[in-house]
Design a protein around this ligand. Structure first.
Ligand SMILES: Cc1ncc(COP(=O)(O)O)c(C=O)c1O
Length: 294
């Protein structure tokens, strides 16, 4: 069954301070963000009517905008309120929440100093990011690398940074995989196209230091969950020649949650006890069945 296009759905989208009917939440074709990727966004999930780590996402949205050189004309509290109202209006308990801020249309060139900044929040039903995820997904190697911190603003969740993610994901899907492992500019293991990555060896978790890609909130939650279980967590530079030495692998992201990985190219992993425990802990935490100070 074909998915319903995102511009042709029922409901309402919060846009610049008011709800507009879903199909009418339009922007002009001469919008700076469309031409120059001057947008920042968040991808969040609500569980049982509550957005997980909502405040952290709203703060990151503001931080990302700051890194991109613009101020969102709604405070963090107002973003929080908009997301809450959009979730209630959607009538959904479990949902995906997308907040996005972007530069408008007053100037159309590389320079956009006077452009109005807009903000929108949309909420929709979204099941698992990967079908049948406990089987473990298959990753290939991406052809594109995460850029150096002095090449792109890698701490921002900025639209422009996703160009190489979409290219890598499309290439992976064309080759029959679900996602791709991206290396960084130094050739170190970085992350998947929309999620961070963890490995298991000898009962410890190994994950790349997030010095040129997003230090995801789910990554941080996973580290806290692992520490609560007294699992050692080692954040360090990881090189591709180490891939055969790991026994388990999983990726983390607000959309992907914790998803075990069964393959990275020629390497095989078995979703095992540690992955399973953390997948279950994450689900319990998001659904209010587990308490953890974050
Ligand atoms: C490129 C990339 N890395 C990592 C993440 C994980 O971030 P988070 O756990 O905050 O959703 C995401 C998801 O938003 C992403 O798109």
């Amino acid at each position: 069954m074909a998915a319903i296009p995102y511009d042709d759905r029922d409901g309402y989208i919060w846009m610049d301070g008011a709800f507009v009917p879903w199909r009418e939440s339009k922007v002009h074709v001469l919008t700076h963000a469309l031409h120059y990727a001057s947008a920042v966004f968040e991808g969040e999930r609500a569980y049982g009517g509550k957005i997980f780590r909502s405040l952290d996402h709203s703060k990151r949205l503001h931080r990302s905008a700051g890194i991109m050189g613009f101020d969102i004309p709604f405070s963090v509290d107002q973003v929080e309120q908009a997301k809450k109202e959009a979730l209630v209006k959607s009538g959904l308990e479990s949902a995906y929440v997308r907040a996005i801020a972007w530069r408008g249309s007053e100037m159309m060139g590389v320079s956009a100093q006077n452009n109005t900044i807009h903000l929108a929040v949309a909420v929709w039903h979204w099941g698992d990011y990967f079908a049948d995820k406990m089987k473990g997904i298959r990753l290939t190697h991406a052809q594109w690398r995460r850029p150096a911190p002095d090449t792109a603003p890698c701490e921002a969740k900025a639209a422009g940074l996703y160009m190489i993610c979409t290219l890598s994901k499309h290439a992976a899907e064309k080759a029959g995989y679900q996602d791709a492992l991206m290396l960084d500019y130094r050739g170190q293991v970085a992350e998947a196209t929309g999620a961070n990555i963890f490995f298991v060896r000898d009962g410890a978790l190994h994950t790349p230091t997030p010095d040129c890609f997003l230090n995801g909130l789910t990554r941080q939650t996973t580290i806290a969950l692992a520490k609560a279980r007294k699992i050692e967590v080692i954040e360090r530079a990881i090189f591709p020649n180490e891939l055969p030495s790991f026994t388990e692998c999983f990726i983390t992201g607000s959309a992907a949650e914790l998803t075990p990985v069964a393959e990275i190219g020629e390497h095989r992993y078995k979703p095992g006890a540690i992955s399973e425990a953390l997948v279950n802990d994450y689900s319990a935490l998001c659904n209010g069945r587990l308490e953890l100070a974050l």
